[in-house]
Design a protein around this ligand. Structure first.
Ligand code: NAD
Ligand code: UDP
Length: 310
């Protein structure tokens, strides 16, 4: 297949490009580098099946030649990034998704939307099955990301129902691994960088809030299976093992042999108190479940950061 990946220079987009190329597909990467990093794609510069286009996907997207698949991953994803880029985040989730869907329709390509566990907001149902509609504050600071993704899901379903487009929606839960930016502000990269530098680990609030962390290779495997043999209904992909943020801080300190203190900082507005995916749908329809433990995944990620910190 010839496949377009938007957000190709980002953390997940770059891993996805690698995986699609290893499966023998031709890949067109597209990015405007607003939160991505060109170096994530440096190793593909001379790959004969890879091409990179600089473009803001909130504007009309032109790709010459056939396309059989579109993976729409472009969007700031770290809370720090989308709070700094609120309008770009709303635009890429709404206008960008519309453009990417229009391109898929014109090319007759299968479309996969990178959605998020944030569509569940600060959830009142735990763990979160896909049938849960969520508890989102549309006018809070995180609304720019959550509502853009909810709109993107609605737009994707409309193209599926009205235009008969072959679509997929993956709801991605917190994912970590090599190629996260050291300063992108997400908890795993923050704690690792702080521990390696001997700086205090910044736990927001009392650290009792929970997240469930998925290693990037597990996530990409689930997404490829969803693309190949999933259905149009949203599918959670994430690791169901749930940890408090404080437990994560302690584990990172242990694995880095770090001696930093753990300090408290204010909890951001509307920070979800709990998050854990119900992955029954992915298990049943894709035969997928994660295989990398948090400890193993963190070891690999720590190795990456040791080699990539300025
Ligand atoms: P990232 O910030 O590393 O990558 C996003 C990429 O999109 C960047 O390279 C950025 O430059 C690009 N981009 C942003 N706006 C663009 C635009 N208008 N035009 C072209 N390119 C644009 O983030 P990530 O963690 O790789 O996330 C990728 C996708 O997965 C996002 O859609 C995000 O919402 C989703 N997601 C990620 C996670 C996670 O834990 N990493 C969780 C849920 C959902
Ligand atoms: N967090 C933290 N310290 C940090 C960064 C984040 O305690 O230095 C917390 C944050 O408040 C949230 C959790 O870690 O409760 C996960 O944050 P992240 O930004 O990684 O993603 P989120 O799941 O909130 O989108």
């Amino acid at each position: 297949m010839r496949i377009l990946v938007t957000g190709a220079a980002g953390f997940l987009g770059s891993h996805l490009c690698d995986r699609l190329l290893s499966l023998g597909h031709r890949v067109v990467g597209m990015d405007n580098f607003v939160t991505g990093n060109r170096t994530n794609l440096d190793h593909l510069k001379s790959h004969s099946s890879f091409q990179l286009i600089l473009h803001d996907v909130a504007n009309f997207i032109e790709v010459e030649g056939p396309l059989e698949g579109v993976f729409h991953f472009a969007s700031p994803a770290s809370p720090v990034d989308y709070l700094e880029l609120p309008i770009q985040t709303l635009k890429v989730g709404s206008l960008g998704t519309h453009k990417a869907l229009g391109l898929s329709k014109a090319k007759g390509a299968r479309f996969l939307l990178a959605s998020t566990s944030e569509v569940y907001g600060d959830p009142l149902v735990h763990p979160q099955p896909e049938s849960y509609w969520g508890n989102v504050n549309p006018v809070g600071p995180r609304g720019v990301y959550d509502e853009a993704k909810r709109f993107a899901e609605a737009m994707t379903m409309a193209y599926h129902r009205y235009h008969n487009l072959d679509t997929r929606i993956v709801r991605i839960f917190n994912t970590y691994g090599p190629r996260m930016r050291p300063h992108d502000g997400r908890v795993v990269s923050n704690f690792i960088v702080q521990a390696l530098r001997g700086e205090p680990l910044t736990v927001y609030g009392d650290g009792s809030q929970t997240r469930s962390f998925c290693y990037v290779d597990d996530l990409v495997e689930g997404i490829v299976r969803l693309f190949e043999r999933g259905g149009p209904e949203p599918t959670n992909i994430g690791n169901p093992h749930e940890f408090t943020v404080r437990q994560l801080a302690e584990l990172v300190l242990r694995l880095t042999n770090g001696r930093s203190a753990i300090v408290k900082q204010p909890l951001p507005t509307d920070d979800p108190k709990v998050r854990q995916p119900d992955i029954r749908r992915a298990r049943e329809t894709l035969g997928w479940e994660p295989t990398v433990t948090l400890e193993d995944g963190l070891r690999r990620t720590i190795e990456y950061f040791r080699g990539h910190m300025a």
